[in-house]
Design a protein around this ligand. Structure first.
Ligand SMILES: Cc1ncc(COP(=O)(O)O)c(C=O)c1O
Length: 361
């Protein structure tokens, strides 16, 4: 499935969709040409459905957060903010750091401290972009409470978490693109859920395009949560969320109310997927589809498989899984899930011996 436009003709989500965004009039467009991500048909993962992957890992910092950050930072400049602040499980901080650099603003990023709390690629991005990275003694939910309190004290700060309405405005453009790429809305959208902003944003995007006459129907939604961090499945907040998918290790989703309303209106479901199911989907995507995403993103495919197994999604229905982040974000997980490399002398014979048995002569 092609991009919407050739690379050179794409101006980024603020310019492409300004008419649909509630940005202050005259806001500048801070852009790294985010959006315009490919929609790739599944070859082997579809299990009888007509399945596609929206590859959000091809955004400039490797996740969907760039869509929302472009709009939030454009809005922050229009409102004369002097610095950006956010809490993050990693991807928001990478995007905030990049767009802060682009806008010429300092950024203060609060991420949970501790081994494995944030994938290393994301930490590397935040540091490389020159942001002030703070390892907070607490989990994501506590870090978010702290930055919200700081932003309340500092009117010169722009809080760029998804509680900032401009973040969702930007992220709804993913839904616009899907409709343009497919020519209509899919039957189902499967999407991982952490802080619950993105699923809410997609729903808003679908509804607005239907309202604008750009599509007739809207999809049903599957919100996939990791079983150890699944407050929207259980209906109660989780104080100590646990999952290897660190991006969605969130127990108190700030946009829970929006996501619940969206899933109810969409006649959809939240589904909990075990870490083992997430890893199975992660490996399948890489090895059978050639798509390297991060574990949290693979939860979308695990959620799709669970929904297919439960019979919610019928044969031949058109489904899009949003693969939210790039696999390179979490190199340690990729190495842990793979066989170690082999070693050989630098000769043809030695290399030939490393081929699998069926290819040896
Ligand atoms: C890769 C990835 N997927 C999914 C999510 C979940 O998105 P949301 O927090 O908007 O529910 C996140 C959030 O950080 C993420 O980084």
């Amino acid at each position: 499935m092609p991009l919407l436009r050739p690379e050179g003709a794409w101006r980024g989500v603020v310019e492409e969709y300004r008419a649909y965004l509630s940005l202050p009039a005259g806001a500048p467009a801070i852009s790294l040409r985010e959006g315009n991500t490919p929609l790739v048909p599944a070859l082997r993962a579809g299990r009888g459905a007509d399945l596609y992957f929206k590859i959000e890992g091809q955004n400039p910092t490797g996740s969907f957060k760039d869509r929302g950050m472009a709009v939030a930072v454009s809005g922050a400049l229009a409102e004369d903010a002097r610095f950006l602040v956010c809490a993050s499980t990693g991807n928001t901080s990478a995007a905030a750091a990049a767009y802060a650099a682009r806008a010429g603003l300092p950024a203060l990023l609060a991420v949970p401290a501790g081994d494995g709390a944030v994938a290393r690629g994301k930490l590397a991005q935040a540091l490389a972009f020159g942001a002030r990275l703070v390892l907070v003694h607490g989990n994501f939910d506590q870090a978010l409470a702290a930055v919200r309190a700081l932003a309340a004290l500092r009117p010169d700060a722009a809080l760029v978490n998804s509680v900032n309405p401009l973040r969702l405005e930007g992220q709804k453009t993913g839904a616009f693109e899907l409709i343009e790429q497919l020519g209509q809305a899919p039957d189902w959208l499967c999407i991982p859920v952490g802080n619950a902003g993105n699923i809410s944003a997609y729903w808003r995007g679908f509804c607005e395009y239907r309202q604008a006459g750009r599509c007739r129907g809207v999809p049903r939604l599957i919100g996939a949560q990791a079983a150890g961090a699944a407050p929207l499945v259980s209906g109660t907040f989780v104080d100590n969320p646990q999952t290897l998918a660190s991006a969605i290790r969130i127990g108190r989703p700030a946009s829970a109310h929006l996501a619940q309303a969206a899933v109810a209106e969409a006649d959809g479901r939240f589904v909990a997927v075990e870490d083992a199911e997430i890893l199975a989907a992660y490996r399948f995507l890489a090895r059978q589809e050639g798509i390297f995403c991060e574990p949290a993103s693979a939860a979308a495919l695990a959620g799709f498989w669970a929904a297919r197994a439960a019979g919610w999604i019928g044969d031949g229905q058109r489904v899009v899984c949003v693969l939210t982040g790039n696999g390179l974000k979490d190199p340690e997980r990729a190495v842990a899930e793979s066989d170690p490399p082999m070693e050989a002398e630098a000769t043809a014979e030695a290399l030939a011996r490393t081929l699998p048995p069926e290819l040896r002569i």
